[in-house]
Design a protein around this ligand. Structure first.
Ligand code: SF4
Length: 241
């Protein structure tokens, strides 16, 4: 849905044509950190220390390399790569202390047909249910936090998860938390019923636009700063004359 909102043509390349893309170094770094932050909670609470997290890095990295061997060509300086990963873990431990709480779910799969034509699903990095029943949805980002004024856009993904959880379980999550390891910041928001209803409306509107694009075969290009990071720029009609 984000792809379609950013550029319908990009959505077409990815979701309709299923064109392959090379791995992105930033996305792969994110996967490595996510895997460590998932595994750390397998340990007893008292053992979830920074040192344990760093110990988990080599094993997670080997598994990732096995799954995506192209990374061998992408990560040329392995020491620098691991140092950077370690720095992100340092940042995580300055924002949260995982010895003090129990997560209820990690990589929780949420799904729902939000209309007859739109099926939605996603994976929540972490969902914590307090002994008092309050639900907190947490998402880790290895990049930097958004500039002031862009927080709402950043929270959209978590509002979608909150909507799915609310509809599936009848419990309105109490807190949405984005953890930015890149610049050691968090964004927290207490979702309201009105916000989630408006998120649902927005999702249905985007869903309708996608269906119309599929029916008409019209996926307009939308030039923006994102084009500089778009792998398909070399074949995109907006850039190839
Ligand atoms: S290069 Fe830009 S306009 Fe073209 S598909 Fe990618 S994001 Fe869209």
């Amino acid at each position: 849905m984000n792809d379609f909102t950013n550029c319908p043509q990009l959505y077409k390349y990815r979701a309709i044509d299923l064109l392959p893309e090379p791995p992105s170094i930033d996305a792969e770094r994110g996967k490595l950190i996510h895997s460590v932050l998932e595994d750390i909670f397998e340990l007893p609470a008292a053992d979830r220390t920074f040192e344990s997290a760093v110990d988990l890095l080599p094993e997670s990295w080997s598994a990732q390399l096995e799954k995506t061997p192209e990374l061998n060509a992408l990560v040329l300086d392995e020491k620098e790569w691991m140092d950077r990963a370690q720095a992100l873990l340092t940042n995580y431990f300055s924002l949260e202390n995982p010895t003090t709480f129990e997560p209820t779910y990690r990589e929780l799969h949420l799904e729902r047909n939000i209309s007859d034509e739109v099926y939605l699903h996603g994976y929540v990095d972490r969902l914590d249910i307090a002994p008092t029943g309050e639900v907190r949805i947490v998402d880790y980002k290895t990049g930097k936090s958004p500039k002031p004024g862009w927080e709402d856009k950043a929270l959209f993904q978590l509002r979608v998860y909150a909507l799915l959880y609310w509809q599936n379980h009848g419990v309105l999550p109490r807190m949405l938390k984005l953890i930015y390891l890149g610049d050691v910041k968090t964004i927290e928001s207490q979702p309201t019923e009105a916000q989630l209803t408006s998120t649902e409306k927005k999702l249905n509107n985007i869903g309708s636009e996608i269906l119309t694009a599929i029916e008409t075969g019209h996926f307009p290009t939308r030039k923006s700063k994102l084009c500089d990071w778009c792998f398909f720029k070399a074949i995109c009609p907006a850039h190839v004359k």
